[in-house]
Design a protein around this ligand. Sequence first.
Ligand code: ADP
Ligand code: MG
Length: 282
Amino acid sequence: MAHNVQHIPAAPLLRVDALNLEYHTHQRVIRATHNVGFEVFAADRFVLLGPSGCGKSSLLKAIGGFLPAVSGRIELEGQSVTQPGPDRLMVFQEFDQLPPWKTVLENVMFPLLASGKAHRAEAREHARYFLDKVGLSAFADAYPHTLSGGMKQRVAIARALAMQPKVLLMDEPFAALDALTRRKMQEELLALWEEVRFTLLFVTHSIEEALVVGSRILLLSPHPGRVRAEINSHQYGINDFGSSDFQQTAQRIHELLFSDPESGPATAPAETAKPRFKVVGK
Ligand code: ADP
Ligand code: MG
């Protein structure tokens, strides 16, 4: 049968189209993103990269179903996103995401039980599986306040993954960690992805972090966020930090992020450039 199957290009898991997001305060309307569009495919490690205030968190909030679009669309598997749901779970930067009166294991089990996704025995088994994946089996019975910041983040990641969301949303999850812990968390996230192959939508304002964590990067211009370029970055891993190729790409991204789009990009998107930059709407 297989030889009769036509090759059909995979449909995107998540599609964001011409998305405009705004905040209305007493005095004025603040435009957070302008006509942002992108597609995320299953098992992508898709990174939204841009300077502070360019609307990255707003985009995640909108995809999470917490912030309505002024115009444009968000579709998950072809269904319009209009409200929060367990198919899109968020991991934040803050360390106090975990109720302190529940043990690590109870914390990871909780959403499975509360959503009715699993009964107690199944939830426990599931939670233990993902705690093992993030290297915290030995801390199942510990309380969150006894853990380091990095460990709390690993619990938050295990808790979200245990729910098997269609997309895992991470908003600068490692930004509050010290440099060494941050590097370690990036490494662990990649190892976890190798094993579980979840779909990740990751927000950062760090070019280096985007290159290491991401397989694809969407560059957003400063406030209000517009798409500046899309970059393939699957070739860079945790061990490429110092390499000259890595540094050159980081430099090019820096120029793309901060060049004036009206006068054209600071560096022309040369066809021969490695990796290929698709400069959008310059
Ligand atoms: P980023 O995550 O990239 O730093 P945000 O999405 O948080 O950016 O913010 C985008 C813009 O929207 C910024 O100018 C910010 O000041 C504004 N903004 C964010 N949240 C609110 C809010 N609750 N009310 C008003 N303005 C907001
Ligand atoms: Mg933010």
